[in-house]
Design a protein around this ligand. Sequence first.
Ligand code: NDP
Length: 403
Amino acid sequence: MATLHLAARAFLRRGLRQNLDHAFAEGARAACGTVGRLPDVRPAYGTRSFQASAAAQADAPNVTAQERPASSSEQVLLHCDWMNRQLWYDQLRAAGVPVTWPDDVLDWAAVRYAVGWNFTPAVLGKMPSLRAIASLGAGVDHAMRPGLIPPGVDIVRIVDPLMAQRMATWVLWAVINFQRKMDLYGRAQAERRWDKKIENLKPWDNGEVRVGIMGFGAMGAATAALLRAAGYDVAAWARTPRPASPPPAAADAAAGASGAAGVEDVPVFAGRGQLRQFVERTDVLVCLLPLTPETQGILSGELLSWLPRGSAVINAARGRHLDEQALVTALDEGRLGGAVLDVFSTEPLPPDSPLWSHPRVRITPHVSSITDVPNAVAQIADNYRRLVAGVPLINVADKAAGY
Ligand code: NDP
């Protein structure tokens, strides 16, 4: 009886949504086609994710956008409470992924693919046949909590050059905001004050600004490329050493002297052993790391104390990378010159947070690189077709590494 009731409810909802499905079908087909015309901001040598994509792509049989699920009864769970969740639902359906809201799932035991954010143990516990979870964003920290995802279930994420370009552009703005003292100009404007003493007619030029990017993956490498092209003195920090990287000291000197665009000559420091050396050569520290047990709290009071006096911190990764109290203390004591923050340990940032009104802190509400729905839908649909066809998925996160 209960099953019949659920089936009837699902049928009614489907009916109501049918017109929407149809309306979105054309739009989504066109939108999915935008992936091909995106500017390619990938570094010359691939990141872990891009290499993984390429390898999986080579294995893939003729998995085309026209294919439909193997079984008409197949249901894919959509677990999402975002404000644009209906757009996700409509575009995924239009792309051929039979997503279903939790209330409409007819047979939890048959669900093999789940799409969403912040899955709970209660929901995951209902799906014994689950094979893969698709994150709605680039980060997978929400799915990597210990014991949450059963062994044998892949976690796939979004790797999108457009998102990387969005992030790189936001970071470029954040660097310029600090470097060129834009907050002081903003205050002068608010007071109708023509103040040419803010930079004393001597700007701090790009080649003199040492930017250190923590994380050299999809986001970090695209950001390094854009900053490098704009003439900044860029270095990066990653987990695994790059065999092609010159020794940091030599590369640092070379990068400082070179005005060339690209990231081939960006020195990549690696691992905890080279972290302090990397931070000590950094005027603007940019965090683009995934949140893992190894990186949580990495922007600690101790790390901030390694930065040269007057440096800035830019965090667009996750709030829990940063010790916010230590940041405020370092700013108040004048050891740090500024911070630009897009992410926070508690989101939305509570109204009583001292960060809101700090004169040296600039805040944006977790918008540095929002997921592009059409591009993400194309990838999620591609992985769905791969799962149905039994071929390797793309952009699979490394559960052992946590990202
Ligand atoms: P990738 O997986 O492509 O890159 C991660 C990078 O971090 C790699 O270079 C990796 O090193 C490095 N890294 C991981 N762990 C460590 C460690 N313990 N020590 C040193 N380096 C480490 O991720 P993305 O670039 O796609 O995304 C990064 C993060 O950005 C996401 O996880 C998400 O949290 C955040 N993000 C924020 C957004 C926003 O709007 N604010 C939007 C999108 C993403 P290696 O190269 O050696 O593997």
